[in-house]
Design a protein around this ligand. Structure first.
Ligand code: PLP
Length: 389
């Protein structure tokens, strides 16, 4: 690490977003990282191979975004993948046949699918637990348990896991700990500082931030785990392409500005929904009655920009979805434009209906990812959609 990089780690978050070490091209002084659109690299001197030799193994544009996310999360190594699921799959493949993993029960739908439909064939078994209950986590321990996978706040009911408590217990049992930090981003929550081994992101969401790039990131602190994850990244080859790396970096520069704005609006939306008598329930960690609020506040610097709420029935949810005029009605979240999702039919469609119901993901549940529009316009729009006139 150069002196310049050491300085970068000591600066405040907003500064790190712009000054992450490779923001200026050393060869030309260009104001953004060059897109090195090359699959391979010439060996000028066969006895001294170049720093990069083949783009699956390493690419300068990718290296820039990988060092940026490592800096932001407080890790030592970052890894960029073709999607969030590629990052999560690579992390799970640190496990071996016969291993058992303990996972947050209302985990992202794609992670649920990976575990239940794909990794089961590799003889990797999962116990889904209510991760908010440490006793339930502890009682899931088996002789072959190798890892714990957390997602907090969870998706879409925003349940909160006590990261340090679960991680501390996992360490006592030699378990690998992984955490999907997509909803919070390193601006609000830095799990490596709480002892987590691998932080994962769907960078498609807040980090990219513009609904125009699919990407995944992983960050490690421990050198050995970093090496093992690199072997998988290179070995499986689901790497992020140079153009996508550049787009992702472009988006990340404004992460703090976007998160601050969207969070302010999300708080307003949650409070506004909470006061309405026609809303069955509002899920947002910033609300006073949110069951995980105190734990969340102890480990995160903000509440995020995603608010889930139950409008009472599937019929009413569909009516709202067909009447809103401003948000995208779509899968995904964390963008400049607001996005309204219907978990039962979108992100959690892969989950059997009875499992969904058990986990509070009813037919009336909607998930609102608040973008950068004027919040008063968003509220007016949602109001007319809820009134259904
Ligand atoms: C979207 C998402 C993923 C999957 O990421 P992709 O980029 O779509 O592959 C994983 N976890 C969470 C919490 C997500 O929201």
């Amino acid at each position: 690490m150069s002196n310049k990089d050491k300085g970068a780690a000591d600066r405040r978050f907003a500064t790190k977003l712009l000054h992450f070490g490779s923001e200026i091209d050393p060869h030309t002084g260009a104001s953004s990282v060059p897109i090195v659109q090359a699959s391979t690299f010439h060996h000028h001197d066969i006895f001294n191979p170049p720093g990069f030799d083949y783009s699956r193994s390493g690419n300068p544009t990718r290296a820039a975004v990988e060092s940026a996310i490592a800096l932001l999360e407080g890790g030592t190594r970052g890894f960029a993948f073709a999607s969030g699921m590629a990052a999560i799959s690579n992390a799970f493949l640190l496990l071996s046949a016969g291993d058992h993993v303990i996972v947050t029960e209302d985990v992202y739908g794609g992670t649920y699918r990976l575990l239940t439909l794909i990794l089961t064939r590799m003889n990797i078994e999962t116990t889904f637990v209510d991760m908010t209950d440490l006793d339930e986590v502890k009682s899931a321990l088996k002789p072959n348990t190798a890892a714990v996978f957390m997602e907090t706040p969870s998706n879409p009911t925003l349940k909160i896991t006590d990261i340090a408590a679960v991680t501390g217990w996992a360490k006592e049992h030699g378990l690998l700990t992984m955490l999907d930090n997509t909803f919070m981003t390193p601006y609000h929550q830095r799990p490596l500082e709480l002892g987590v081994d691998i932080v994962l992101h769907s960078a498609t969401k807040f980090l990219g931030g513009h609904s125009d790039v699919l990407a995944g990131l992983a960050v490690t602190k421990d050198e050995e785990i970093g090496k093992r994850l690199y072997t998988l990244q290179n070995g499986l080859g689901a790497v992020l392409a140079p153009q996508e790396c550049w787009l992702l970096m472009r988006g990340m520069k404004t992460l703090q500005a976007r998160m601050e704005h969207s969070e302010r609006s999300a708080r307003k939306l949650a409070e506004w929904l909470d006061k309405r008598s026609d809303i069955v329930r509002v899920y947002y960690p910033g609300l006073a009655e949110h069951p995980g609020r105190a734990v969340h506040e102890s480990q995160s610097l903000g509440y995020g920009a995603v608010v889930s709420f139950d409008v009472g029935s599937g019929e009413r949810a569909k009516s709202v979805l067909s009447r809103v005029q401003l948000p995208l009605v779509a899968v995904s979240l964390g963008a400049v434009e607001s996005i309204l999702s219907y978990p039962a039919m979108m992100s959690h469609a892969a989950m059997p209906p009875e499992v969904r119901a058990q986990r509070g993901i009813g037919d009336g549940l909607l998930r609102y990812s608040v973008g950068l529009e004027d919040i008063d316009d968003l509220l007016d729009d949602l109001d007319q959609a809820l009134r259904g006139e």
